[in-house]
Design a protein around this ligand. Structure first.
Ligand code: ADP
Length: 468
């Protein structure tokens, strides 16, 4: 893993660098050579101009042959070139090939060039192969003018070597620097890829352990980049998995306990009836207990199914607008039997034009769970107040009772799954501890929040909002 990551980074880096260096060195060589040839041409032109001047002075008798020779020599020395001055009459050009031009200076291209020079042209060749010099040369040929006549040609040959040597030196510097950077880059990449790959490798091992059901250590990436964040996310995922596992175990424990209790009592009573231990005149009493236990089982299984459905994320809301008062009224109506049984009164406080936008069935279920609790935990003759009120953001619902209230220490926890404030008291009430958790999840699915206000012995108020 580390190896392949390192290799990939290294190859990418190397190919970019090599391509960049090749392009750079080609471009620089091209520019440098262009500049160097132009510079050479300028120097040769200047020297030719000087020599022309000196030739004029020599012809006029202003300077001696020696002085002329010295000028030509020093111009040759300064411009690193070999200079020839040829006296050539125009008429001689007709048969130029037969001329023995200055000894062995009989290069082919020269005959054509001489013809042009004698016609008055300046000829420049920047990279001419010369047999005489056995090398490539820069060649400049200019006419030797005397007043209005052309008396011959000034020919200058300078080796290209020097220019090539400079270009090679420049390329050498470029490549030496490049190799330095390749080594340095390779080292940096090695370190970086190690730093990147080692937490990934750790995560790979940890993930394998987790998938095999084992626990694993936290990953320490020690960076605040993507890898650091990945390690953090991995750690929190690991924690979440452990938490889920814990919840799953306690869920199974609670569910099996809650299912077993009513099943044991039903089983016991049925056995008693079959054995004849329970007398026929007591049957109604025990049948009603069995009925209440089966209703409890029914409630429990539907709460569990509902919770499972919410958890699987399959629950989708179908929002519509409805008058809140209608919902509260139908709830009170449907719970009439339970309320009447305990002589509890329900009071609704809600304007006729109070409109709420929600999934009607889910909102009804939220209210049913909360009001169901109020009925359960409120004694005979108690009162329940249902209220819905519009605010800027939506509708706020409140269910308040005059029941036994919730001890302060339990208030934060009543919305947790399977949490029941007073286990013994609640066992009698037959709750699963899922009702408020379901209500909370459904409210949150609507984008709202829920809270409880209560103190022991002082009634309870559950408040939640459904945003518009
Ligand atoms: P349950 O099915 O046990 O009612 P809930 O999740 O609906 O489960 O409620 C959790 C616990 O919160 C209840 O067991 C009870 O202890 C407490 N509780 C909820 N509503 C009230 C209330 N109106 N008055 C007193 N206690 C309440």
């Amino acid at each position: 893993m580390a190896k392949s990551l390192f290799k990939r980074l290294l190859w990418t880096y190397l190919s970019i660098l090599v391509v960049a260096i090749v392009v750079l060195s080609l471009a620089l060589t091209f520019i440098h050579r262009g500049y160097a040839f132009n510079e050479k041409k300028r120097m040769l032109e200047n020297a030719a101009y000087d020599i022309s001047g000196q030739l004029a002075s020599w012809t006029d008798g202003g300077i001696s042959q020696n002085e002329l020779n010295r000028t030509v020599d020093s111009a040759g020395y300064i411009t690193d070139s070999k200079i020839y001055v040829l006296r050539l009459e125009k008429e001689a050009l007709a048969n130029i090939e037969s001329l023995n031009i200055s000894g062995d200076l009989d290069e082919k291209y020269l005959f054509e060039d001489l013809r042009r020079i004698i016609e008055g042209e300046t000829v420049f060749r920047r990279n001419q192969n010369s047999e005489k010099f056995g090398a490539r040369v820069v060649f400049l040929g200019v006419p030797w003018r005397q007043k209005d006549n052309i008396s011959g040609a000034i020919l200058m040959f300078s080796p290209v070597n020097e220019i090539n040597r400079n270009a090679a030196k420049m390329n050498y510097v470029i490549w030496a620097t490049a190799i330095g950077f390749i080594l340095l880059g390779g080292f940096i990449i090695l370190m970086t890829s190690k730093k990147i790959s080692s937490p990934i490798k750790e995560m790979e091992i940890a993930a394998r352990k987790l998938s095999e059901g084992e626990d694993s250590e936290d990953i320490h990436a020690n960076t605040d980049d993507e890898i650091g964040r990945l390690a953090e996310t991995f750690n929190s995922m690991k924690k979440q998995l452990a938490e889920t596992e814990k919840i799953r175990n306690s869920f199974i424990a609670s569910v099996s306990h809650d299912l077993r209790t009513p099943l044991t009592s039903i089983n016991g009573f049925v056995d008693g009836i079959l054995d004849g231990v329970i007398k026929a005149e007591d049957y109604p009493k025990y049948f009603s207990i069995i009925k209440s236990e089966t209703s409890r089982l029914n409630r429990l299984t539907s709460d569990i199914l509902q919770t499972a459905k919410i958890q699987s994320g399959k629950l989708e809301l179908e929002r519509s607008e409805m008058p809140a008062v209608e919902l509260l009224k139908s709830l009170a109506e449907n719970m009439k039997a339970l309320i009447d049984e305990k002589s509890i009164s329900i009071e609704i406080e809600c304007g006729e034009d109070e409109i709420v936008k929600a999934d009607e069935d889910r909102l009804y279920q939220v209210l049913e769970n909360i009001v169901g609790n109020s009925i359960k935990f409120t004694g005979r003759g108690g009162r329940i107040f249902l209220k819905a009120e519009s605010t800027q953001n939506g509708t706020v619902f409140s269910v308040k009772d005059t029941g036994e209230g919730i001890p302060e220490g339990d208030l934060d926890r009543i919305f947790e799954k399977f949490y029941r404030a007073d286990e013994s008291r609640n066992a009698a009430n037959g709750g699963s501890g899922l009702g408020l958790n379901i209500a909370k999840t459904l409210v949150e699915l609507h984008g709202g929040s829920i809270r409880a206000v209560s103190s022991a012995g002082d009634g309870t108020e559950i408040i939640f909002d459904i945003p518009r």
